[in-house]
Write a protein that binds this ligand. Structure first.
Ligand SMILES: Cc1ncc(COP(=O)(O)O)c(C=O)c1O
Length: 505
């Protein structure tokens, strides 16, 4: 009959009633620990086992109780006794990874190594993260405003405020953009904005058109929301190509960064923007304008934003203080039609009840007194100095056949192509060991391309660190060239430019 019966019916369970129950218990315990009795299997009923083994029911009851005390079985009134999963040996950490959803494991190892470590280790010069010149942050003015707000501070302010954002900040942002406050939703970073867009618009299996290459955390966010990504060539910006993609995939939405795009720093012309709006309206496809860099130009301001050109309410615009003040503030905003703001706010409630209240009040005041425009002037100048320093250093350090790039006209990034046999992920590994980091191109593509490309942020490091960082980068590239066996698999994606689409989860 049962495993238990065969385990104990070899006669070992004979003797005095005390030794009998201990033996029975030991036999069953051995069967559990050796895996002959699996977790979840049911032990025979006490009466039944007693009859089969010709022993008293008390003996079986005692053995089962002993096993339960050891955590090996669990008895349920009216349902019987079941084998438990074996306890983990001492000091073995809980295996969390096996519990994680497939979507949450999508972030590649490349991403975590290149970004997390390098952003917190001061010994590493990081060209990896997109950070403005924090040395320009208006510390004094910020402190003054903070103190004046705190002087009037009442404990009420320590509670949660409006989910959609502090009224003062919504009003200040609305007035900059000539909108109503109800069209503004304050969020904790554009990243949260993208997440809310994903939660609100994407049904699993929907196609979403993204730029190729494009901001990689947006790609990950849409994938995690169950989207299938379709790449639109960011540098070509060809509207006919986009229309073909729309007709073929019927996407749920199109996400674009029209100005100083991350990672390429390209800016769409006014005509391209108008064409984008035209297509979006014609095919009734929402346009997500993720636009953190539009005030960070060097010579002339970019064309009007998609939101400004939109007469139909087809655009959801994401703006942020991260790239013009400091990413650590975590205050950004979404501009959208009121009914869209309402739905996004509901999604926000599930993610975070409120966005840092004091920061919001300080930013409202900064906007109100025009502090931000003075700061932007200074920031643009400093960014230009750093752009020049990086371009000069790169030109000096690398011949064109090893590294090519064009000088960006704004934004934060220099987008570089390496010699085709070099692999950016490998070079980044060598570079980090040598004290400098960047973001490998592969991360920015939905289809595994970009192997020999890399993104360097030129704004987040001082000029002297830029010069030193580029020198270290050259050393890393040289050592990759010297050991081609490690990088020889780094051919640019063998595919032609035809589209590949990521599967949904
Ligand atoms: C295009 C784009 N969108 C969104 C973000 C996230 O910005 P935030 O710091 O506001 O979350 C970034 C940051 O690099 C970005 O480049």
């Amino acid at each position: 009959m049962s495993v238990v019966h065969s385990v104990v019916s070899n006669g070992s369970s004979r003797g005095s009633s005390r030794t009998l129950y201990l033996r029975l218990q030991a036999d069953i315990e051995a069967a559990i620990t050796e895996g002959r009795l699996k977790a979840g299997s049911k032990l025979p009923a006490e009466r039944q086992l007693a009859e089969e083994l010709h022993i008293s029911r008390t003996t079986v009851t005692s053995a089962y109780r002993e096993l339960e005390a050891k955590g090996l079985v669990r008895g349920y009134v009216g349902r019987g006794t079941y084998v438990c999963a074996l306890p983990e040996p001492a000091n073995v950490p809980f295996a969390w990874r096996g519990k994680m959803s497939t979507a949450s494991l999508r972030l590649s190892a490349v991403q975590s190594t290149s970004l997390n470590r390098t952003s917190v280790d001061p010994a590493i010069i990081s060209f990896a993260l997109g950070c403005p010149a924090l040395e320009c942050f208006p510390v004094e003015e910020y402190r003054r405003i903070e103190q004046s707000i705190l002087a009037k501070f009442s404990t009420e302010r320590l509670g949660l405020g409006a989910l959609e954002g502090q009224p003062a900040l919504r009003k200040a942002i609305a007035s900059v953009h000539a909108l109503r406050a109800k069209q503004v939703l304050v969020v904790a970073g554009s990243q949260q904005g993208l997440d809310l867009v994903a939660r609100t618009l994407i049904d699993p299996g929907d196609y979403v058109i993204v730029e190729k290459p494009g901001y990689f955390i947006a790609l990950q966010t849409f994938l995690a929301g169950g989207a299938r990504l379709v790449g639109w060539d960011a540098l070509r910006g060809d509207i006919d190509e986009l229309e073909k993609l729309i007709l073929r995939y019927h996407p749920k939405f199109i996400c674009t960064t029209p100005t100083f795009q991350n990672p390429t720093s390209r800016t769409l012309s006014l005509d391209q923007r108008k064409d984008l709006i035209r297509l979006a309206v014609r095919y009734r496809i929402p346009l997500i304008e993720d636009d953190p860099y539009n005030t960070l130009y060097f010579d002339s301001p970019p064309p009007r934003s998609l939101r400004e050109l939109d007469e139909h309410g087809v655009v959801i615009h994401l703006g942020t203080f991260s790239k013009i003040l400091a990413p650590g503030l975590r205050v950004s905003y979404i501009l959208a039609p009121e009914n869209v703001v309402d739905l996004l706010a509901l999604a926000k409630e599930r993610a975070s009840l409120f966005t840092a209240g004091l920061e919001q009040l300080i930013l409202a005041e900064m906007l109100g007194v025009g502090l931000l425009s003075a700061h932007l002037e200074r920031l643009r100048q400093e960014h230009q100095v750093r752009r020049n320093a990086m371009i000069d250093a790169l030109r000096r350090a690398f011949p064109k056949n090893i590294l090519n790039f064009t000088a960006p006209m704004g934004g934060l990034y220099v987008w570089c192509g390496l010699r085709r046999d070099l692999k950016a992920v490998e070079i980044n590994r060598l570079a980090i060991a040598n004290g400098v980091a960047f973001t490998p191109g592969e991360l920015f593509y939905p289809d595994g391309a970009g192997v020999a490309q890399m993104r360097l942020c030129f704004t987040g490091s001082t000029v002297s660190r830029i010069v030193e960082g580029v020198r270290r980068l050259r050393v890393a590239v040289d050592s990759a060239i010297r050991s081609p066996q490690e990088t020889s698999r780094g051919q640019e994606s063998s595919e032609d430019d035809s589209l590949r689409v990521h599967p949904a989860r």
